[in-house]
Unconditional design. Structure first.
Lengths: 108, 130
């Protein structure tokens, strides 16, 4: 129940968050000074916090989506499985978000 | 409507797909775009995140790489199609007043189309210049 509503909330956050991607890409394509401002903001601590949150929402939504793929096969509807999905989605999304940003900061 | 009170046989209902004649296309599109968006996002997320902290010139150079641009174009098409259907489901579940629902569904399509075209235009311009 809670994971279902979180799937919707992360989906809606990703939906409106596409504005960030659109502004970032459009300024990159059209204006060096605007892009420097937008890109600079995303590189600030606040911007990076937003991006970490956005990547977590994406990964949480991805794991929730994999859960839906399992459900589509008619499996995984028991109480035990649903609890396992919830734990895996939470742990998986946090660990994979951490992994991505560790990789990002280490290859920089 | 329960089967006991319906004049339609189960086969009739399956063939007719209900009064709207369609019904499973959104379900299927949502699964296809989910799979595509997931694979593309996994390929792109590290590339895009790695531009954070780089200077603007270096970030633009990453976006103009052909492979990155093609993956981005696919990601935008797939992701926008997916998010439009997802938001439509949310609207239909929570907005019951007919006028508000029609307006919300229209705005959903406008928003999705604008995001898609702006992102596609920007990626193409970064690649082709001009």
């Amino acid at each position: 129940m809670v994971m279902s509503i979180v799937h919707r909330i992360t989906g809606a956050a990703l939906y409106f968050g596409t504005v960030i991607l659109a502004v970032w890409l459009m300024t990159a394509a059209t204006s060096a000074s605007s892009f420097a401002f937008v890109h600079g903001f995303l590189g600030s601590w606040l911007g990076q916090l937003i991006l970490v949150g956005y990547s977590w929402a994406l990964l949480h939504h991805m794991f929730g989506g994999i859960r839906h793929f399992v459900w589509d096969t008619g499996r995984g509807f028991g109480a035990h499985e649903r609890h396992l999905f919830a734990v895996l989605t939470l742990v998986g999304s946090v660990l994979s978000t951490g992994l991505i940003w560790v990789v990002v900061y280490s290859v920089r | 409507m329960s089967d006991a009170t319906s004049m339609k046989t189960p086969m009739k209902r399956v063939r007719g797909l209900g009064s709207a004649k369609t019904g499973t296309d959104h379900f299927w599109t949502q699964r296809l775009t989910a799979a595509a968006t997931m694979l593309l996002a996994l390929a792109l997320v590290v590339v895009l995140a790695s531009t954070v902290g780089k200077d603007a010139v270096a970030a633009r150079a990453v976006l103009a790489q052909p492979l990155v641009a093609v993956l981005l174009l696919l990601f935008i098409l797939s992701g926008v199609a997916h998010m439009r259907i997802g938001m439509q489901v949310i609207i239909e579940d929570y907005v019951h007043e007919e006028g508000a629902k029609v307006i919300a569904l229209g705005l959903n399509t406008f928003f999705s189309a604008i995001i898609a075209v702006v992102c596609l235009f920007a990626v193409l311009k970064l690649s082709f210049g001009g």
